[in-house]
Design a protein around this ligand. Structure first.
Ligand SMILES: Cc1ncc(COP(=O)(O)O)c(C=O)c1O
Length: 448
């Protein structure tokens, strides 16, 4: 059938790619065999040489409503014409207040205040700083420890790196923050392999928090931060009952619980936030990525009333929280955010993801007998497929998979080591799920 989808106008590709030091990228390999993108529409990217690539990664867990949504791009364009920039310190724009209200409405009751920043990393650092400051002003200044989790990812600021638990992201950067400890990861392949949704095994990993409390003393611990589903480390859903248990233990000891929902927010697990899926309300919840469908940088922290209100004392002319960014609640990001939330609501995309979850899980599990597949995990519209690594070359097979997908199979996936991650836009059709799975099977065979 003739493909009538729009093609981007040709783009000039510089002959010299050296100056751009790319983030989290194997730069030398990339520059020898670049994966260059020129356009995107709905479920697809277009490469600079005109190929159409199906996006099984939502870019990078961002474009939940699919690409090239004109409602979002025209909202951004209109906003840029009307008001390009406004200082967010001591001044405001109506759209920032409207967006905060809309996000708070989507969040569990009690998480009623939003602090805006520009990324998931800034959101994590903001939440950790609010936790420390809250205890300080609340007369519990001894609570200075922050607890993260092994295999957790909270971005690349010093706070997020410190509570993060991916060794490769930490080891080059010195001693990081002091006073940080980590819960164990929730993954045990022997007991959980090929689980759909939350694994049955592993609630007890939450009890390790009691051990850390015994070790350090509850009155030294400010907060615990976890992702409800650890995405960047290979899609590790929380075991059944795990988050509830963490909530009980944190509550018992006066420790704040922070959910990092940078990936799980805005429909990825079939709900506005994973907190709703699990019926667990944290004290703070970080978001980014899907809030603007990736069309403008934005992140933020949802904060519980009691924490916010504790800051609202002292002289009224004084700044209550000495924290914020030049681009907090940037007008273009606010416009993108409002248009994005309209699309999520009008197209019922969270419900759509929820409805597709069983079909998606079955489709991905059909790959279990492909060569060297050692585990598959699925949750919401997300899956991690662990491939047996090549001997003495961890990560090489995953990297080969990324290239095989892009160059040979017109497919975009994410890889974490030797894990292939699938996380398509929530607009994906059942046929497109089938197409993605066929392509992934080819990638797995090509790298075996
Ligand atoms: C759970 C989580 N937190 C934080 C971040 C960091 O977000 P950013 O890259 O926008 O700083 C990410 C990015 O993937 C993430 O997955």
């Amino acid at each position: 059938m003739l493909d009538k989808s729009p093609r981007p106008t040709p783009i000039n590709v510089p002959s010299d790619l050296a100056a751009h030091w790319m983030p989290f990228t194997a730069n030398r390999a990339f520059k020898k065999n670049p994966r260059l993108l020129a356009g995107a529409k709905d479920m697809h990217y277009f490469t600079v040489d005109g190929r159409k690539i199906i996006d099984a990664a939502s870019g990078m867990w961002c474009t939940n409503a699919g690409h090239g949504r004109t409602q979002i791009s025209s909202a951004i364009a209109k906003q840029a014409e009307a008001l390009d920039y406004a200082p967010p310190f001591q001044f405001g724009i109506p759209q920032a207040f409207e967006l905060a209200n809309r996000i708070a409405e989507l969040a569990p009751a009690g998480l009623d205040h939003v602090f805006f920043c520009n990324s998931g990393s800034e959101a994590a650092d903001t939440a950790l700083k609010i936790a420390l400051a809250y205890h300080q002003i609340n007369g519990q200044g001894s609570r200075i420890r922050l607890i993260g989790r092994e295999r957790g990812y909270h971005g690349v600021g010093f706070g997020g790196t410190s509570v993060g638990g991916i060794v490769g992201n930490r080891k080059l950067f010195g001693s990081l923050l002091t006073g940080v400890d980590h819960l164990p990861a929730t993954y045990d392949r022997e007991k959980q392999a090929f689980s759909k949704g939350e694994p049955d095994y592993g609630t007890h990993f939450a009890d390790e928090l009691e051990r850390l409390v015994n070790l350090h003393g509850a009155n030294t611990i400010a907060a615990v931060i976890v992702e409800p589903m650890a995405g960047s480390t290979g899609v590790l859903p929380a075991p059944k009952g795990y988050l509830k248990r963490l909530r009980e233990i944190t509550q018992k000891h006066g420790i704040l619980l922070i959910f990092d929902e940078v990936i799980t927010g805005f429909g990825r697990l079939g709900f506005a936030f994973a907190a709703e899926r699990y019926g667990v309300v944290p004290d703070m919840l970080t978001f980014a990525k899907g809030v603007t469908n990736g069309a403008a940088p934005m992140g933020g922290v949802l904060v519980r009333d009691t924490i916010h209100d504790a800051f609202m004392s002292g002289p009224e002319h004084a700044v209550e929280l000495t924290h914020g960014y030049t681009y907090s609640a940037h007008p273009l990001a606010c416009a993108a955010g409002l248009a994005t939330l309209d699309i999520y609501r009008d197209e019922k995309l969270f419900e759509r993801a929820h409805g597709l979850e069983p079909k998606f899980a079955d489709a991905v599990m059909s790959l279990r007998n492909e060569p060297g597949v050692v585990d598959i995990r699925t949750i919401g519209l997300t899956a991690g497929i662990d491939l047996a690594p090549q001997a003495d070359a961890p990560g090489k097979r995953g990297f080969a998979g990324l290239n095989s997908a892009f160059h040979d199979n017109d497919l975009m996936i994410r890889v974490a080591g030797d894990t292939l991650a699938l996380t398509p836009p929530l607009i994906v059709t059942e046929d497109q799920i089938g197409e993605i799975i066929e392509k992934v099977a080819k990638v797995i065979r090509a790298t075996a």
